[in-house]
Ligand binder design. Structure first.
Ligand SMILES: [Zn+2]
Ligand SMILES: [Zn+2]
Length: 348
């Protein structure tokens, strides 16, 4: 085992602290990554705070990882020392089930191994990217195109693929109308990606506070959902509605905005069940769907798409000693639009 520097949560309720964690010695298929940047995802906070179930502490989170390969195992073929690479929300899966065989490792029927807070194959609890190094099987490592600014790329590994995968699955492209609910970490990527795919994009946000930002990101229209006229104006319009917020919503009101065969796909979800009148979806043969990150091949496709189309997240770079403050700001929705930790400040 190797000891590396990290920021970890001692418990569900205490602030994160600078500490050290253990990484395994690289096996034949592993690459060792010197982490340069780690994005802060709302899931990091939910997990540490125990919102999604009890955890083992101390816990290091972070599943938006960008870094450089510094060592490779003897059987590694796809990466070399010096390559720019990324790691997203998962670091392994069973590789044998039907979903893994279909390249949909995120839906592994035996449960994929999450980048943090998951039981790894050796029985240890995985530790995430708020750390100087990580050791990952090469099959779960992504290649980062050099044209994407390195200090901005990390959020693509979760927020990027979480929004790219459903937009692709529901065939978003020219001639389609897409609405994105919420303009936060996920939503702003949804807007940029749907715009780059050629769709007409509308942001549905609580207020018009971030309207200028949304339009600058490529949105064609921007409506406040606090204004009930919005739901009348936009009735029966959208082919796809991408819901990125985790607050409870009036689902009936939103599906009313879907056109014939339109789909409301949810990537953010409140902890409580939502209710919907099924009559709302009989009209226009509508669908309500969900989606979770994306497979490894699709994640690579997303990175290459972003490079080709000049898409990058809006980020605020912070030092490691600002992580706790950044978490408070995420909880207060006071972030433009994703925090990225400069991991070099953690090694000092
Ligand atoms: Zn995430
Ligand atoms: Zn599987």
């Amino acid at each position: 085992m190797r000891t590396v520097k990290a920021y970890a949560a001692p418990s569900a309720t205490e602030p994160l602290v600078a500490t050290t964690i253990q990484r395994r010695e690289p096996g034949p298929h592993d690459v060792v990554i010197d982490i340069a940047y780690a994005g802060i995802c709302h899931s990091d906070i939910h997990t540490v705070r125990g919102d999604w179930g009890p955890q083992h502490y101390p816990l290091t989170v972070g599943h938006e990882i960008a870094g450089t390969v510094t060592e490779i195992g003897s059987e590694v073929t796809r990466y070399q020392v010096g390559d720019l690479v990324g790691v997203g929300c998962m670091v392994n899966s069973c590789r044998e089930c039907a979903n893994c065989a279909a390249g949909q490792e995120q839906y592994c029927l035996n449960g994929n191994v999450g980048t943090y807070a998951s039981v790894d194959r050796d029985g240890t609890i995985t530790q995430g990217g708020y750390s100087t190094h990580v050791v990952v099987d090469e099959d779960f490592v992504l290649r980062i195109p050099e044209s994407i600014p390195f200090e901005k790329v990390a959020p693509l590994l979760c927020a990027g693929i979480t929004t790219y995968s459903p937009l692709r699955h529901w065939n978003v492209g020219p001639g389609m109308k897409v609405a994105v609910i919420g303009l936060g970490g996920l939503g702003h990527m949804g807007v940029k990606l749907a715009h780059a795919m050629g769709a007409e994009v509308t942001v549905l946000s609580q207020s018009l506070r971030k309207k200028d930002d949304g339009l600058a990101m490529g949105a064609d229209h921007y409506y406040a959902t606090s204004d009930s006229a919005t739901f009348e104006t936009l009735k029966n319009q959208f082919d796809v509605i991408l819901n990125t917020v985790s607050a409870p919503l009036d689902v009936d009101a939103y599906v009313g905005l879907l056109t014939l065969d339109g789909t409301m796909v949810n990537v953010g979800a409140p902890p409580e069940p939502v209710s919907v009148h099924l009559f709302s979806i009989f009209t226009n043969r509508r669908s309500i769907a969900g989606s979770s990150i994306g497979g490894i091949a699709e994640t690579q496709e997303m990175l290459d798409f972003c490079a080709e189309h000049g898409v990058a997240p809006e980020t605020e770079l912070i030092s490691a000693d600002q992580i706790n403050e950044a978490w408070e700001r995420v909880l207060a929705s006071d972030v433009r639009f994703r925090f990225v930790i400069d991991i070099a400040t953690l090694g000092q």
